[in-house]
Ligand binder design. Sequence first.
Ligand SMILES: NC(=O)c1ccc[n+]([C@@H]2O[C@H](COP(=O)([O-])OP(=O)(O)OC[C@H]3O[C@@H](n4cnc5c(N)ncnc54)[C@H](OP(=O)(O)O)[C@@H]3O)[C@@H](O)[C@H]2O)c1
Length: 142
Amino acid sequence: MNLVGASEGSLAGKTVIDFTNPVNPATGEMLTSGSAAELVARTAAGAHVVKALHLFAGASWPYVGSPDEAPVVAICGDEPHALDRATALIRDLGGRAAVVGGLSKARQLEESAGFVMTVVASGHNPRFAVPNVDPMLLRATR
Ligand SMILES: NC(=O)c1ccc[n+]([C@@H]2O[C@H](COP(=O)([O-])OP(=O)(O)OC[C@H]3O[C@@H](n4cnc5c(N)ncnc54)[C@H](OP(=O)(O)O)[C@@H]3O)[C@@H](O)[C@H]2O)c1
């Protein structure tokens, strides 16, 4: 961030995607208070920060399989147009963006990386560590 002059405003008005994992891979513990994305937002004066794309390895992209099975990428941020840009990027990669809230949700998204790493370290596939919930069926029962 310092190298590109972020604190002097070089990224002001630009969409900045923070995909970092401030997590100890062995323990899943967070290495920051708050979140890395909020730290980026505080550092990059005026930038429109979106937390996105931190969970899936870069080699996962582009996704070219069935659209029904496409990765769901949870993202968050405070600027609607920046979220739109990130959503379009994820769509271009073959994924599906799920906007889960403002940048204050970033810590939860970053903690989820720690959760995934911990499940992997325990010898299990994290794909099977979250419930299979179809939101359409949930709506139908309300
Ligand atoms: N790789 C993936 O598929 C992937 C996917 C999702 C998220 N992420 C996350 O993205 C982040 C980066 O991952 P990566 O795989 O790109 O790691 P990486 O290959 O180790 O690259 C890290 C880069 O950051 C530079 N760097 C490290 N400390 C620095 C500092 N203090 N100041 C300036 N530059 C510094 C390193 O420069 P030097 O080479 O000079 O040390 C290197 O170019 C991690 O948080 C990772 O969890 C990675």
